[in-house]
Design a protein around this ligand. Sequence first.
Ligand code: AGP
Length: 612
Amino acid sequence: MCGIIGYVGARPCKELVLKGLEHLEYRGYDSAGMVLVSDAGLDRARAVGPVKALRAVSDAVSATATVGMGHTRWATHGLVEERNAHPFLSEDSRFGVLMNGIFENYIELRAEVTAAGHTLSSDTDTEALVHLLEDEYDGDLAETVRRLYPRLEGHFAFLVVCRDEPDRIIGARLAWPPLVVGRGDGETFLASFTPAFLEETRSIQIVEEGEIVIATADNVEFRAVTDGSVREHPIEQADESLEVAAKGGYETFMLKEIHEQPTAIADTIAERFHHGELHLDGIGLTDDELRAMNRVLIVGCGTALHAGLVGRYLIEEWGGVATEADVASEWRYRNGVFDPKTLVIAISQSGETADTLAAMQIARERGARVVAVTNIMGSAVARAADGVLYTRAGLEIGVAASKTFTSQVTLMTLLALHLGAVRGNLTTQQVAEIGNELRSLPDLVQRVLDDKAMDAQLDMLADRFCHDRFFLYLGRHLGLPICQEGALKLKEISYIPTDAYAAGEMKHGPIALLGDDTPVVAVATDSHVFEKMASNLEEVRARGAHVIAVGTEGNTAIAQHAEHVLYVPRTRPELQPILAVLPLQMLAYKIAGRLGLDVDRPRNLAKTVTVE
Ligand code: AGP
């Protein structure tokens, strides 16, 4: 969840490190820090808060150093305080260390270095490593790191520098935290994610788990931690869609990304239709294998799980196969029963989420076939699966997912359609008809985003309800995961407590929360459960609560059951989720704006969640 960047080359690197950190800030913004290898030794600057706070104190470090590394933190061990900000230096300022990940045996490691006479300056797990280096260094930094590696438990990617070997940065990786190398002309970058250096080079190499990397200006060597043998990795070109992010005239990344949804959905669909025919190249299973599947399990976290829940309904409806969706962090500790006829679909926009990865690994160990749905090419999730289906949303910076959610729903819709076709549940004509409607969705999404009347209505609703203490979201069938997503959006960026419930379940408890100060957001677009939703909304209104409903254009019946209706265009019910979520994203966005909050960097959150 932290972001790391390193540079070794001929150019003064302070600005390169700061710029790299700015591109990694979405991974964590509790504090930031950097260490540069200058003629005088190791120069360090750290600050609590985002990278701009580090920039403000960066005069303290060398302007001419050409080797350096930086870190942006999402706190795991230790409060958000400067003393817990990375990098950490040894007491003699000879070694510097920073890390993304966790040392699970940090209590023992901290005890060990304390017993050896070191004084710890932080409460972190990472700091122990710098003192171990101090004690174990034998004149070869890379080999010292390799010797120490087996003593470090957990999952991590870390970088270290040493004053005595000023021309290099050593990195190491265990388990899923990513580490990628950027190869420039006479310079080398190391980072958690390619966009950190994409303005400088697109030539990349991936550090695999269980490897040490030795980076100098002109050379990069990968060594296996087990025996020190040298490994070769091809130089690849970074994915075009990872363009370095800019707000492009929008006030926030989230707003920009909400408005990028028509393109993201269209791009996700486009590569799947060749001459009007649906293809799921990359799925990693033959049509015969897909026909043989008797069960589907979808796993993911947060927004990705909500996309999976939409997928569950569609796969059952069109694919005709029993489908379950579960939270990856819960599912992985269940004793899930599997056989080779179970298809597991793991959804993760970042491709790094620790719990989703662990669930995939367990599923594969138990014999299931695993397909990943991710937005990041070559990510850990992509590499851990039998097949990969990519969403084409482009880089998403705002911590609250928007375009990646609708792209994931789009991909799950395509997958369900494909299963329906190969399993003989849908005729060729039905697939073609649904496919055509799907391809017209980006235009409908654009219409909603351009709808000035709805925008004004959302402004009015945000003004009226932004100070309320609680929002309840109600939906049924495909409307339920959309409510869950809408409720998550509002709570994560506005900090207003929300709950999302199956409308039929409301009377079994949540109805007790309702009063004349409760806004209730309902997804009540046209479907076979519309009448049932209407009855539930009457139960809500009878308690004096205020109903804000998302309805389908042309169906004015909903107006009799709601105080406010946000109409979205008509499409077939199975495709409605992609339209219905749009007003909920915008409502959350506008409410957070009224409250003066930073929607791109909500408190306590990070864009990638590489801890369990
Ligand atoms: C979404 O708004 C959240 N920030 C969060 O729930 C996110 O969807 C979740 O952490 C999963 O991330 P992933 O898709 O990268 O695995």
